[in-house]
Each structure stands twice: as C-alpha cells, then as structure tokens.
Design a protein around this ligand. Structure first.
Ligand code: ADP
Ligand code: F6P
Length: 319
C-alpha cells in the first residue's frame, strides 16, 4: 500500500482533528502518502482531495470541529454515488480509506467494504450510540460542555427559585442526558430508553419546592419529547417558575478534552496501522482502555443503549 485517504462524515465532533493529525503522522512515519477528502462522502463523490502532510495538521490538535469539514450526503446511500466514490479513489491511486463518523457514516463505510474497497472506521458521535466501543470520539467533550452550561444555569435558577428543563442532544440515545444529569446533580433525566410519568415528576418537584429548595434541573434528551411542551405541562403544578434552555449545537464544538485528544490520537494511529497490515472492513473501538477492532458487519447489526446501572444511578441520585 502506497497511498491512503481519510475523511470526516456526518455530525462533526471535537477530537476529529486530533484523529486526523494522528493518522497523518502515523502514515508519514510509515512512508504512506495520505490524502484528505473534504466534506465527507460528498467530497469522495467529487474527488475533492488534498494531500496531507505534517504542516497541514499542525495547530489542529486543540481545535474542535474538523478542518476537512463534514457533510450529510444522501446521494452516497445510492449505488451510483458509491460507484462514483470508488472511481475517484481508484483514479487518485488511493488504496485504503479511514472513515471518521457516526453510525450513518459507518454504514457508508460498510457499503465501500462490500464493494471490495479497504476501509477502517472510527466511531465519532456525541450520541455515544455506536456499539463495540465504550466511548465514541467527542462524547467526553460534549459532556463537559453540558456540565459547564448546567452549572451556569443553576446559578441563575437558584437566584430566582426556578426550575429549568434543559434539552441536550443525543438523537434517539439518552446517554448524554443520563450521564450529564449524574455529573451535575440534576433532579431528573428524561430519556427515550425509560418511560417517565410527568404527574409523578411534578409531585416530586412540588415537594422539593415546599421544602424550600431554590432550584430544580431537569435534563431532557432530545429524543424523549419536546422541551417546551414538557415545561408547559409541569409549569402550573410545581411551584417553581419554569424556563427552558435548548443547548443545541453548542454541545458539539469547542476544544477537545484531554480524553478526546488521547482517544482520537489512539484511534487514528491504530486505523492507519490496520490498513497498512492489510486489515479491512473493521471499526476501531475502546474496550476497557484497550483499542480493539470489530468487523463493520457486526457494528452495523448491533445497537447500544446507556446501561441500566447508569439509568438507575441517574434516578437514585436525583431528589
Ligand atoms: P452520522 O454518521 O453522524 O450518523 P448520518 O446518519 O447523517 O450521520 O450519516 C452520514 C452520511 O453517511 C450520510 O449522509 C450518507 O452519506 C452516509 N450513509 C448513512 N447511511 C448510509 C447507508 N445505509 N449506506 C450508505 N451510506 C450511508
Ligand atoms: O448525531 C449527532 C447529532 O448532534 C445529534 O445529537 C443531533 O440530533 C444531530 O446530530 C443534529 O444534526 P445536525 O447537525 O444536522 O442539525
């Protein structure tokens, strides 16, 4: 193998630059050329590639987002889009590809693998909904962003004796909501994985208000319901005035934490080493602090949800 490619696809997250940097440095150390495709599968279908060297990745480690940019590219789901990508890879002399992205992007990686092109996937999504890795890239930074925001909101909430419904991302996963609720001492985490009873929640919030507590924080996973609707339905019953904050894309950016810089560096290095060793069709992952590799076929068939212990702990540590 003489030349490999790398791209970032789907929702961006902090730590992607650290991953690209590590892959580039590892490739150069192994005398491999490495090209970066811009804007994920969109760039792959256009053949929009730039050669990467140590200069291209200098000063990127501490930056959030992805300097290669990312995209959601519906055209790549169709066989015609995948054939275009394949033709470009071949004409550019690229013999293997590192794909950094979430579950959708890893499905795209599997499509290329099934067409016989060597790929290695890297799990990157703040949702932490990708199986065969304890943590995906970007999750730790997103959690730290959430905690910072909730701590700020608690200050103003307690000054006004208010309850806040704070909506966090996660698509259909309640991982960010349950873990951040534990870490910031929220009263409730409302997640799609567990049914909740709003009447019961209101009762507990009312009791809290009557005890003289000066604030209440309810962390809502975006997949568990609308923040405004939930706030409206609890507003009259709980005593506290109620406000809503939707944290939105703020959660996805910012300087990566040490954990994400390290995880990205480990993932990027291993992905390139695997390609160079002739491995293909796998995703790297973190299991008990070891970097493992799992066939993409198994990854896309699997599913991941926050473990029950975590969900129970979020409940127990509430009110
Ligand atoms: P993420 O990777 O963050 O989950 P998406 O679900 O939007 O983000 O997927 C990113 C891109 O991956 C899509 O825009 C599409 O180009 C590609 N993709 C998603 N699912 C498939 C699939 N089943 N087959 C081929 N490509 C896919
Ligand atoms: O998958 C990552 C994620 O941030 C989800 O948590 C969220 O639902 C979605 O992407 C937002 O997508 P977009 O950036 O396209 O608005």
């Amino acid at each position: 193998m003489k030349k490999i490619g790398i791209l970032t696809s789907g929702g961006d997250c902090s730590g992607m630059n650290a991953t690209i940097r590590s892959a580039v440095r590892t490739a150069l150390r192994m005398d491999l050329e490495i090209a970066g495709f811009r804007k994920g599968y969109a760039g792959l279908m256009k053949g929009d590639a730039v050669p990467l060297d140590t200069k291209s990745v200098s000063g990127t480690l501490h930056r959030g987002g992805t300097f290669l940019q990312s995209a959601r590219s519906p055209e790549f789901r169709a066989p015609e889009g995948q054939q275009k990508a394949l033709a470009n890879l071949r004409s550019l002399g690229v013999e293997g590809l590192v794909i950094i992205g979430g579950d959708g992007s890893l499905n795209g990686a599997l499509a290329l693998d099934r067409l016989g092109f060597p790929v290695i996937g890297i799990p990157a999504s703040i949702d932490n909904d990708i199986p065969f890795t304890d943590m995906a890239l970007g999750v730790d930074t997103a959690l730290n962003n959430i905690i910072y925001a909730v701590d700020c909101i608690k200050d103003t909430a307690s000054s006004h004796a208010r309850a806040f419904v704070i909506e966090v991302m996660g698509r259909n996963s309640g991982y960010l909501a349950s873990v951040s609720a534990i870490a910031c001492g929220a009263e409730f985490a409302l997640v799609p994985e567990r049914e909740f009873d709003l009447a019961e929640i209101c009762q507990q919030l009312r009791a809290r208000y009557e005890e003289g507590r000066d604030n209440a924080i309810i962390i809502l996973a975006e997949g568990a319901g609308g923040a405004r609707q939930i706030a409206d339905s609890i507003k009259d019953a709980i005593g506290f005035e109620t406000r809503v904050t939707v944290l939105g894309h703020y959660q996805r950016g910012g300087a990566p934490t040490v954990f994400d810089r390290l995880l990205g560096s480990r993932f990027g290095k291993r992905a390139v080493e695997l390609l160079a060793q002739g491995e293909q069709g796998k995703m790297v992952g973190l299991a008990c602090n070891e970097i493992i590799a799992t066939p993409l076929e198994e990854v896309v068939k699997g599913s991941k949800r926050p473990d029950d212990d975590m969900l129970r702990m979020a409940e127990v540590l509430g009110i």
